[in-house]
Design a protein around this ligand. Structure first.
Ligand SMILES: [Cu+2]
Length: 134
C-alpha cells in the first residue's frame, strides 16, 4: 500500500517539478544515455569519451586482470578480477575524470571521461530528491 501511494505521489509530483522549474531548467527532456568502454588488452577503448551530465558509463571487462578506478577515488570497480565484469558509474558532476587500471596504470592503461553539461538542460540535484541533504 505504501509503495502504491509513493508511486502515486511521484506521478503527481514529477510533472509539478517540471512545471515549477525556472525556464530552461527542464528535467527529463533528454533521456540519460549509457556509453560503453571496453577493456581490451591493456587499453580502455575508447580511452577518452565525452558524455553528458547524468549519463552512465559502462566498462566491459571481457576477461583481463583489470580494475576501473577513478584517479580521484570517486568511483571504482573494486579489486582486480580476471573474471569478465561490467562496471557502471553515473556521472553527476561536470568535469574531466581520469581513471586507470590499478594493475596496468604504469603500462599506460588509463582513460578519461569528459562530462559536459547539457546546455540549458540540467538534472536537479539527486540528493534533494532522495532526501540525503535535508
Ligand atoms: Cu589492467
Amino acid at each position: 500500500m505504501q509503495k502504491f501511494m509513493f508511486a502515486g505521489l511521484c506521478v503527481v509530483l514529477l510533472p509539478l517539478l517540471a512545471v515549477a522549474a525556472p525556464a530552461g531548467v527542464v528535467h527529463g527532456a533528454r533521456p540519460a544515455a549509457t556509453a560503453q568502454v571496453v577493456l581490451s588488452g591493456l587499453t580502455f577503448q575508447p580511452d577518452e569519451i565525452t558524455v553528458t551530465l547524468g549519463d552512465t558509463v559502462e566498462w566491459d571487462n571481457q576477461g583481463g586482470f583489470h580494475t576501473v578506478t577513478g584517479d580521484d577515488g570517486s568511483f571504482s570497480s573494486g579489486d582486480a578480477s580476471s573474471e569478465p565484469f561490467k562496471f557502471k558509474h553515473t556521472f553527476t558532476q561536470v568535469g574531466t575524470f581520469k581513471y586507470h587500471c590499478e594493475i596496468h596504470e604504469t603500462s599506460g592503461m588509463v582513460g578519461t571521461v569528459i562530462v559536459e553539461s547539457a546546455g540549458e538542460l540540467y538534472l536537479p540535484q539527486l540528493s534533494k530528491l532522495d532526501g540525503n541533504q535535508q
